[in-house]
Design a protein around this ligand. Sequence first.
Ligand code: PLP
Length: 387
Amino acid sequence: MCLETKLFHRDTWAEVNLDHIYENISSMKTRLGTGVSLFAVVKANAYGHGDCEVAKTALDAGADFLCVAFLDEALALRKKGITAPILVLGVSRPESAALAAEQRISVTAFDESWLKSAKAHLEPGQVLHVHVKVDSGMGRIGIRDETELVNVESLLKREACFNFQGIFTHFATADELNTDYYEEQLAVFKRMLTALTGRPEYIHAANSAASLRFADPVWNAVRMGISMYGLTPSMGMKPILPFPLRQAISLKSKLVAVKQLVKGESVSYGATYTAKANEWIGTLPIGYADGWIRKLQGQEVLIDGIRVPIVGRICMDQCMIKLPTSFPVGTEVTLIGNDGAESITVDEIAAKLETINYEITCMIGARVPRLYIKGNQQKHVRNFILE
Ligand SMILES: Cc1ncc(COP(=O)(O)O)c(C=O)c1O
């Protein structure tokens, strides 16, 4: 691959394969069939993949709505020319209601007082699109009480400044093989819906896990996050995925220095690694400030199709790997992704760090440029720190 080297000046980058994202969405759309809308979740800079590139790909693949966590993320998409409907899933300030309405950004209402306060901040003639959040068992934000939901519905219908566009809930355990809690939450959501006198345009409950496993006539839209990026919602779900997911992200670097240590010489802070014989050590320009955190000491990377370990402590901007032999400076190294027959998945890194794959892609820092692949070709580079 020919790197667009003028757009970044350090040989560490993440490759984001937009074709894979497109394919994951297409597979989900086929599974959903007609009549169920797809909301693409692009919060947190599209789980670290890059917000507008993923948003555009998702819309090309047929997504109907975009979801973010915060109003600023929605505004950033608008600034980059995204005109599609966007829903802010988290809490927006009532004071921001006029801005959201002006930008045609849908917001989440999670109690009656928020709506009353938002109304006071809207300009005459403005209409705010609202999705009402029901807390069916997540214990986060949302209405739990049917009477309050009825009051919210009548307020939304009464006031011309509001468009009751959607109602939704979020599952806490849809990725777990035991479905008891999922079923309880679904029952609560259905009971809450029966309290309504009408139905808004969108009723959505399923995240990736629920939409990959279940279908329910109660919802007419799903919110697809992690699976859009080609990652399983949980390890337990891996064997029961209804279609193959294609991981979109890879993380690459290049050797910037290669040296031979003599037996007994040490590597990095704390001198925690000492050469047991004369050993070849390569330096990579990536460190914990890029999200490649110190707990990844010992993790393997790929060079020339083989696995080699990170040795010594990971520094803020660099880390060292043990090479079987001398390699030329400039040799490509894969931290996440494929090299020959070998592969390091996001899930492998998550397992090493005893966490979930979501956290790994979100962790890859803004200092790492993203290189986008589309139609099997490098399309463009996004360098967040030079933006
Ligand atoms: C409210 C809400 N909906 C949908 C999603 C997407 O979930 P997933 O990435 O598991 O598909 C999230 C993710 O955190 C969320 O918070």
